[in-house]
Design a protein around this ligand. Structure first.
Ligand SMILES: Cc1cc2nc3c(=O)[nH]c(=O)nc-3n(C[C@H](O)[C@H](O)[C@H](O)COP(=O)(O)O)c2cc1C
Length: 142
């Protein structure tokens, strides 16, 4: 909504993308469930808004997945959730919602979900840079 998740994704692409690891950042705007038809590994990077909702530009994809319920059993994914823990009741729900829905549709998560906190004193992109190497190692082994 204000560019933080996109910045985090771009930072990860710049830092970890190389000849061995192709990283492509794709904004969720206007994506449909067919985005999961490829055989790459997906890393969902999403903030939280409203009453613990996914951000506006992720809603069409989230809603279409819920409505169409495609079989995602061939899909492997990770989740980077962005949030602010002063929203105590809905902290990081955006990432959690995508995680739960993808799992419900049969997709297999790699590693633990990153739950980045904008209110914790560290920048979300720095937290993501710390989290990413461990996840990449698991993704490469998957
Ligand atoms: C109006 C508003 C509502 C928010 N609601 C939540 C929330 O319910 N839970 C949460 O963890 N973070 C919440 N946040 C924090 C954002 O998810 C966090 O600041 C995030 O880094 C923003 O990323 P973005 O710039 O990519 O949208 C909210 C922020 C705003 C401005």
């Amino acid at each position: 909504m204000t560019g933080t998740a996109e910045m985090v994704a771009q930072e990860l692409e710049l830092t970890f993308g190389d000849d061995d690891t192709e990283i492509v950042v794709t904004p969720m705007d206007n994506l449909g469930p067919e985005v999961f038809d490829g055989d790459e590994i997906y890393l969902i990077c999403t903030s939280t808004y409203g009453q613990g909702d996914v951000p506006d530009n992720g809603k069409p994809l989230y809603d279409a997945l819920r409505a169409q319920r495609p079989d995602l059993s061939a899909v492997r994914y990770g989740v980077i959730g962005l949030g602010d823990n002063t929203y105590t009741d809905t902290f990081n729900f955006g990432g959690q919602k995508f995680d739960e829905l993808l799992a419900e549709l049969g997709a297999r998560r790699i590693g633990e979900r990153a739950r980045l906190d904008s209110a914790g004193g560290q920048m979300p992109e720095d937290l993501a840079l710390e989290w990413m190497p461990g996840w990449l190692e698991l993704a490469r082994a998957a």
